[in-house]
Design a protein around this ligand. Structure first.
Ligand code: PMP
Length: 285
């Protein structure tokens, strides 16, 4: 695989980042994951906009312009012959040459930019979409700025492991009795023609897929309610689903052992998945 590190395209075995890099020592960095379908990038503009915001919130400089970033994405997709898969991008606060809590002077310490591709043939035709996911709920003990897409993914990783141990696919975080989001996705329930998902704030990541799916839902005359919901409300919902850049729209059929609706993927989630994939393929760059 050819990867990108700070201006260079290299074989992955030759790519190097310092042990003093603040991404490595402090999880001081942000990331984006952009899907590739038909060899093209899905919603690159959305991911670039969120990256710009994440960097600004952490007082980090953008290492390259968003136009240059698009070129790097495309170059990696081409060099690695990716038809379906993902491009992972990470920006960290660079290598100050030592360990110190205080941020280094950005003029002396340029940020570190790393990108690599993940080949996922069959990503769009994922058979899981016909089966749905089972999830458990777990306490949301993450920090208070989940709107920033940082590489601090230890607790979400632990959540995935708790799910695995429980014999299910994923976990939904719950805080003060309300669902915030999934370990790596936004969470939704459906009641009749109404789609309910957590309102934006510091409590959840502002999903790029979420924004597109809510737009398509409104265009398809579905009602959208952006508000917090409880597990009890989810248990009596007609459907549930999640969204993310790599899972697109994925039905959720069980929460904490309780079947949601019929216990099978519902029509709203299935329809939104279809619309999302169709529309985003057309708009891909
Ligand atoms: N919430 C969390 C916590 C996530 O990690 C992700 C995916 N990285 C999402 C939501 C979904 O965001 P997106 O649709 O932009 O992939």
């Amino acid at each position: 695989r050819t990867v990108y590190v700070n201006g260079d395209y290299l074989p992955e075995t030759e790519a190097r980042v310092s042990i003093f890099d603040r991404g490595f020592l402090m999880a001081d960095g942000v990331y984006e994951v952009t899907s590739v379908l038909d060899g093209k990038l899905i919603d690159f503009a959305g991911h670039a906009a969120r990256l710009t915001r994440s960097l600004a919130e952490l007082d980090m400089a953008a290492p390259v312009t968003m136009d240059e970033l698009l070129t790097i994405h495309r170059e990696l997709v081409a060099r690695n012959g990716i038809n379906e898969g993902m491009v992972y991008l990470q920006v960290t606060r660079g290598n100050p040459g030592d360990r110190d809590f205080a941020f280094p002077d950005p003029a002396k310490t340029p940020s570190t930019l790393v990108l690599f591709t993940q080949d996922k043939p069959g990503l769009a035709a994922n058979p899981q979409a016909k089966i749905g996911l089972k999830v458990i709920s777990i306490d949301d003990i993450r920090w208070g700025r989940r709107d920033i897409k940082t590489v601090q993914l230890l607790y979400p990783s632990m959540g995935k492991m708790m799910a695995k141990k429980a014999g299910v696919d994923d976990a939904w975080f719950v805080e003060d009795g309300f669902v915030t989001e999934g370990t790596s996705n936004n969470a939704y329930i459906v009641k009749g023609n109404r789609i309910i998902t957590r309102n934006l704030g510091n409590e959840i990541l502002h999903g790029i897929t979420r924004a597109a799916v809510l737009r398509f839902a409104r265009e398809a005359q579905m009602e959208v309610e952006e508000r917090a919901f409880t597990l009890a409300e989810a248990a009596t919902a007609d459907e549930a689903f999640i969204t993310s850049a790599s899972a697109f729209v994925m039905p959720v059929v069980q929460i904490d052992g309780t079947a949601i609706g019929t216990g099978k993927p519902g029509p709203v989630a299935s329809r939104l998945r279809e619309i999302y994939l169709d529309e985003m393929r057309k708009a891909a760059v």
